[in-house]
Ligand binder design. Sequence first.
Ligand code: GRG
Length: 306
Amino acid sequence: MKNDHDISGFELRLAAHAAEVEQLLVTLLDERPRTGEITRPPRLMAAIRHGALNGGKRLRPFLVTETARLYDSTPDAALRVAAALECIHCYSLVHDDLPAMDDDDLRRGRPTVHKAYDEAAAILAGDGLLTYAFDIIADDATQLPVKTRLDLVACLARAAGIGGMVGGQALDLMAETANPDEAGIITLQAMKTGALIRFACEAGAIIGNAGTEERERLAEFGSAIGLAFQLADDLLDVTADAATMGKATGKDAAAGKGTLVGLHGIDWTKKQLAGLVAQAEDLLAPFGEKASVLKEAARFIALRRN
Ligand code: GRG
């Protein structure tokens, strides 16, 4: 008899949460201009919806709501922060797929935004999603104290920006020629993919008005599973096919990009993943049974198949 904490039970829970995120994004990304906006151009909104709706595991939003659930916080506010983070993630995918970056035709099993529309539309869709994310958090509709919203905005800006995801993408673009060593690859990955996942987990602590120690603990949990996420992604890049992933695979090796899997091999990577899951579980120990879903999330991320 499977229970709620089996991998399949976890996947059901993740899917149910994804449906909630989807519903909120559908509302947030409609064509009705909000206070202070003049109009929402229909074609821009269509390109934005193509990049943000109907797809994705919604893993980062899930981590926001599950870490917030450790505290007596308002679920509606956490869901809005979760949706804001997903807007940033979707923007990063839309821009990453552009010809000037990774040049991909397929994302989440569908044509990328610049293929379905055009490059200018994809650039603007990404810009729109990025800026809207901060609007969503700052808005009074996110019913959290002003200082909490400010902390979330600052923390998200740093995770997504120059010293986080954007910086990591810049390092990644240079990696083909710069051949970073192991430490360089770890830094690049902590910035490019780790920073948003770290934010997702830290956000729950911010929403819950946690003390410094718990905020740091959850952020560290985010860093551990962020690295696991990237290692699993690198593993899938060499072992999975495009149909399973809904995007092209084998691209890192083809581009001559160093990864930890490339440096150390598949067995080493699997051992590292097990170590990171153990580390993540240790970090959650003080939260006891309340953190059991987050522990499942760590295992899911390390063992994911797509
Ligand atoms: C363009 C500023 C800028 C940044 C792009 C995150 C990123 C930086 C690029 C994405 C490239 C990529 C495929 C990285 C591997 C890790 C990753 C982010 C995979 C996609 O995330 P999932 O698996 O995707 O959570 P879904 O579709 O489930 O949301």
